[in-house]
Design a protein around this ligand. Structure first.
Ligand code: NDP
Length: 353
């Protein structure tokens, strides 16, 4: 008998049927996860997606997306994620709108992985990890309230909305330099606010920022708070000098926070290989992790590009890699000797289909 899982949100209650052994479970939503769901559902693998309570990932927190191909007039981030989800659902993808709480990943080919969602244990032949990454926040007053109203974490996505504007970029690493240089093509002025006089950024990227006419460096300052104007959007940043504690007010309409990202790899960091910053490592140009039947895609593996379109691309790759794995790897029934006979039968049936 298949189990049922009921997810509740403020607006809907959904019941999802869970098979005794799933072919493929996708953990995390966003462009990578939904694309993996689309491809695996079209390959008749009947994927189950643990899409998270806050499904849709970072794009749920964005407004206009103008750089995703196929939307010539742009699209709202949440609308785009709904489109992605609908498209996967159309081909039979199933969703659990809740967070995965634990993953027990198998180490031998054909062994089953176990994905936990609270008390529910879901056994799967293949798992696609697509939990994404989150930009680090400053944690200062006004930051959350003014997100998408002047405070942004993605210059590539939002710089074009700040033509001629006075802006700041916070941070002293390569991302801050790259963001500032990109933003300087649109903004009237870009002030890089950094907490030390020394920069972590590579010399060449720092120099590129210094060479731009409309970029200025301001150190050693941190943002104390952001304040809105009468229209409710960002109008100033109050900065604090970390050496003499003096304050300074900068009138700005755009602030780009570029102080690093944190991949959401906590559930798997002890089981798959991760780099020193916690990004899941994949083998070569594939989406394979070091564990058989475990694939990773999207921002969880990518500290460089971090775009919706690149995440979707790797989501597609993960689906194709998982499909090949399932085709070539029968379920190892022996490894599940303790399982009741009907489970082994189901595994064999599932491997044969
Ligand atoms: P980094 O960790 O390299 O830099 C983060 C910066 O933010 C540091 O300058 C840090 O200051 C500052 N910072 C951190 N926390 C705070 C805070 N709470 N308040 C104020 N400032 C803070 O992250 P990046 O995203 O810049 O880079 C990550 C990796 O990606 C790096 O390896 C980088 O080289 C790479 N990268 C490469 C690119 C390329 O080659 N094209 C482009 C972008 C990134 P402090 O220095 O004082 O610690």
């Amino acid at each position: 008998m298949p189990a049922l899982y009921t997810s509740e949100s403020k607006v809907r209650v959904m019941t999802t049927e869970i098979k005794d052994i799933e072919n493929v479970v996708i953990v995390g939503s966003g462009p990578a996860g939904y694309t993996a769901a689309l491809y695996t559902s079209r390959a008749d693998l009947d994927p189950l997606m643990i899409e998270g309570f806050a499904w849709g990932g970072l794009l749920q927190q964005t407004t206009d997306v103008e750089n995703y191909p196929g939307y010539p007039d742009g699209v709202l981030g949440p609308e785009m994620m709904q489109d992605f989800r609908n498209q996967a659902e159309r081909f039979g993808a199933r969703f659990i709108t809740d967070d995965a709480t634990k993953l027990d990943l198998a180490t031998e080919p054909g062994e089953l992985h176990v994905v936990h969602v609270g008390d529910q244990e879901i056994r799967a032949r293949a798992v696609i990890l697509a939990m994404g990454a989150e930009p680090k926040k400053l944690g200062v007053p006004g930051e959350d309230e003014l997100a998408a109203r002047g405070v942004s974490y993605c210059a590539t996505c939002d710089a074009a909305f700040f033509r001629g504007a006075k802006t700041i970029v916070v941070g002293g690493g390569d991302t801050a330099m790259e963001d500032a240089t990109f933003l300087s093509k649109f903004a009237g002025k870009v002030t890089i606010v950094h907490r030390r006089d020394d920069f972590r950024a590579s010399a060449i990227m720092l120099q590129r920022a210094i060479d731009a006419d409309n970029i200025e460096l301001l150190t050693p300052y941190v943002v104390d708070r952001f304040e809105p104007g009468e229209n409710g959007s960002l109008s100033k940043a109050i900065l604090r000098n970390v050496e003499d504690d003096s304050h300074r007010e900068l009138p700005i309409t755009g602030a780009f926070v570029a102080i690093g990202h944190r991949p959401n790899s906590q559930l798997v960091e002890d089981q798959v290989d991760v780099d020193p910053n916690g990004y899941v490592e994949v083998i070569g140009r594939s989406t394979k992790t070091k564990l058989p039947g475990v694939f990773a895609a999207g921002d969880l593996t990518d500290h460089i590009y971090r775009q919706a379109v690149t995440a979707a691309g790797t989501g597609c790759m993960a689906a194709l890699d998982a499909e090949a794995y399932l085709r070539d790897t029968p379920v190892d029934a022996e490894a599940h000797w303790a399982a009741p006979p009907e489970r082994i039968e189901a595994a064999a049936e599932s491997a044969a289909s």
